[in-house]
Design a protein around this ligand. Structure first.
Ligand code: GLV
Ligand code: MG
Length: 326
């Protein structure tokens, strides 16, 4: 039987507009998170859990996955990174204990493709030993330092289990010595652009090259929802699929910012409809036509497909056609 990462077919495209961080050490927050409207929850065993609390946090996370009601949510556990003494035990305890109730494992501070391959192999072993045939738990790779960003193309290609590449801005800022402690906001003294643009684009290109989702990290000023919207709006505008949320107050904003606006959704559906007609025999088999004041062609169809798919996934619908005037 092959031991290396095996292709398992295309990964499911799970909803991830809002990815809620839930400390695994807090039974109260693990219970509360189940009732919140986040697309994804990630139960954390890493930086929101103190070293001495990690063994108990693993148990809490297993119990919450098995006994909780997470219906409609993407369920992820963030383990500790491979430079710590905790990673293998995190993965073994959580996947052996609750693998059937888990969609993906998030690996933080990824620095090389090997680290993703190591997690893939460990997951494969556990799935085989449990007889979880075809269960195929996914992987989320968090890019949080210069080394990880430089390796991001190889990281994104490292395993067929990969579903997302995630930006970790707080650790990243520390890693490159950025002169600021305010995550997501521009460092004072930098007034010629967006200090995060290169990093976000590098992550987005790697993710899109391998058909993965690109997820933006946290905004720590949890009471400043307008600030959250502003920063989330930037990564959403570039094409990111979602962003972490640390507080219930950020969830609605994330779900909104990472969904198309109703008018854009309707416009996308109108382009698809008009272009399908134009290219058909009945429509004259034309590849470039006018839709109102706008020239549309095959590239317009591709852009419209993305917006329409995101809108449909977010539950948007077109208004019914207006009836004849009274
Ligand atoms: C998240 O893990 C971050 O470091 O921003
Ligand atoms: Mg981090």
């Amino acid at each position: 039987m092959p031991v290396g990462p095996q292709p398992s077919g295309p990964r499911p495209q799970r909803p991830r507009r809002s990815c809620l961080a839930v400390p695994g050490s807090s039974a109260k927050m693990l219970a509360k998170a189940q009732g919140l409207p986040a697309d994804q929850v990630f139960l954390d065993l890493e930086d929101s859990v103190a070293p001495l609390a990690k063994p108990d946090a693993r148990k809490n996370v297993v119990a919450a996955l098995n006994d909780g009601d997470w219906s409609g949510k993407t369920r992820v556990v963030r383990v500790n990174d491979w430079t710590t003494p905790w990673t293998y035990r995190d993965v073994v305890e959580v996947v052996e204990g609750a693998g059937q109730h888990l969609d993906a494992v998030m690996l933080p501070k990824v620095q090389s493709a090997d680290q993703v391959v190591a997690l893939d192999l460990l997951l494969t072993q556990i799935e085989r030993s449990l007889g979880l045939v075809g269960a195929s738990i996914g992987i989320e790779a968090q890019i949080e330092n210069a080394r990880g960003l430089v390796a991001v193309d190889a990281v994104a290609a490292a395993s067929p289990r990969l579903e997302t590449v995630v930006f970790g801005p707080a650790d990243f800022m520390a890693s490159i010595n950025m002169k600021s402690l305010v995550v997501g906001e521009q460092p004072p003294g930098y007034d010629v652009g967006d200090a995060y643009h290169y990093i976000l684009m590098r992550i987005l290109m790697a993710a899109r090259t391998y058909d993965l989702q690109a997820i933006d990290g946290p905004y720590l000023q949890i009471r400043d929802v307008e600030g959250f919207r502003r920063v989330a709006g930037r990564s959403a505008a570039l094409g990111f699929d979602g962003k972490w949320v640390l507080h219930p107050g950020q969830i609605e904003a994330a779900n909104e910012v990472f969904s198309p606006r109703q008018q854009d959704y309707e416009h996308a559906e109108a382009i698809l409809e008009a272009y399908e007609h134009a290219t058909s025999e009945a429509g004259g088999m034309r590849g470039a036509v006018m839709l109102g004041e706008e020239m549309i062609d095959e590239a317009s169809r591709k852009m419209a497909l993305v917006v329409a798919a995101k809108g449909r996934a977010a539950g948007l619908t077109r208004p019914p056609p207006a009836g004849p005037p009274e």
